[in-house]
Ligand binder design. Structure first.
Ligand code: NDP
Length: 291
């Protein structure tokens, strides 16, 4: 701690996200030692008061808390493998996007080097960092989470999910899956109306309103899943939906638009209906995703 009680932190990686993290730490008064493979990218944070380490060894030696925010887990290993001894005794927070398996592997690797590991999944874009709109999932060492908490709180909201380091990336990827599903629908809808010359800006309020109206699917599906009951009070049964769904692809075809973003759902619906579950809600297809 400094005399002002602000924990000093090392940040590895000064891309768009790493730079935003450093800026949030500096704004809150945390002394920061920053390192980046391409040294020139450190000029922005140096001008704002960060110390710049010229080597990775120097960066690791500077502080007990080490935060990595690099492109992917391969780049984390590429950076840290040659300097691995410097991780001994460090509280290592990895905010690089990855999978649950990668996080568990990284945790075991850090553990073997005498470091404690916390994984994080950032649910924000760089301009949101430091505002209440940003939040980050964490999982892994509760000790690291507790000791680094003041620094981590400068990034936005925190949500610690438990000791399994894979939980943060699992929740991160689940939210991203929901997001891309939403984006798929939006892209397809704009492509369809665009094929008839409808201006996207004119259609956007209709699409937004419809998506908002349909957003209750999430809570309804959650209730059905937790109750294990996909048939009570169903108002749009799967057999009906499976019969109407081909029209999405047919309409696209007529308009000269590809339906490839949407078509994977059709065989799942058809298989579930064929197996005798036509009276269920759509969420029942989740059973076919379990491998
Ligand atoms: P950028 O592309 O802006 O920066 C990538 C960073 O990784 C740079 O510091 C780059 O160094 C470094 N890097 C890449 N490859 C290597 C390597 N082989 N060895 C050493 N360093 C390497 O990405 P962001 O900062 O935006 O993203 C960082 C992480 O944050 C990613 O995992 C991303 O998924 C995640 N994230 C990003 C969000 C965003 O909206 N930007 C949102 C949520 C999460 P150099 O400057 O030398 O190239």
């Amino acid at each position: 701690m400094t005399e002002h009680g602000k924990t000093p932190v090392t940040v590895l990686g000064l891309g768009a996200m790493g730079t935003a993290l450093v800026e949030a730490l500096l704004a809150a008064g945390h002394p920061v030692t920053a390192w980046n493979r391409t040294a020139s990218r450190a000029e922005v944070v140096a001008a704002k008061g960060a110390s710049v380490a010229s080597t990775i060894d120097e960066a690791l030696a500077a502080n007990e808390i080490v935060i990595a925010c690099l492109l992917d887990y391969d780049s984390v290993h590429e950076v840290l493998d040659p300097a691995a001894a410097g991780l001994r005794g460090r509280l290592f927070v990895n905010l690089t996007n990855g999978t649950p398996g990668q996080a568990r592997e990284m945790s075991a690797w850090a553990d073997g080097l005498g470091a404690e590991y916390l994984d994080g999944g950032i649910m924000a874009v760089p301009p949101m960092i430091g505002s209440p709109a940003a939040f980050i999932f964490y999982s892994g060492s509760g000790t690291v989470f507790g000791r680094a908490r003041t620094a981590l709180d400068t990034f936005g909201g925190t949500n610690y999910l438990g000791a399994d380091p894979g939980l943060a990336p699992l929740h991160d990827i689940a939210l991203l899956s929901g997001m891309y599903g939403h984006f798929i629908g939006v892209i397809q809808a704009f492509a369809l109306v665009g094929s008839a010359g409808v201006k996207a800006k004119d259609f956007a309020p209709l699409l937004r309103g419809w998506m908002d109206a349909m957003s209750g699917f999430t809570e309804r599906a959650a209730e059905q899943l937790d109750d294990g009951d996909y048939v009570t009070d169903v108002v749009s049964n799967l057999a009906m939906q499976a019969a109407a769904f081909p029209n999405l692809a047919k309409a696209a075809e007529e308009q000269g638009v590809s339906a490839e973003l949407l078509t994977p759902l059709q065989p799942l619906m058809d298989r579930r209906v064929a197996a005798g579950h036509g009276d269920e809600d759509l969420i029942g297809v989740i059973e076919l995703l379990k491998k």
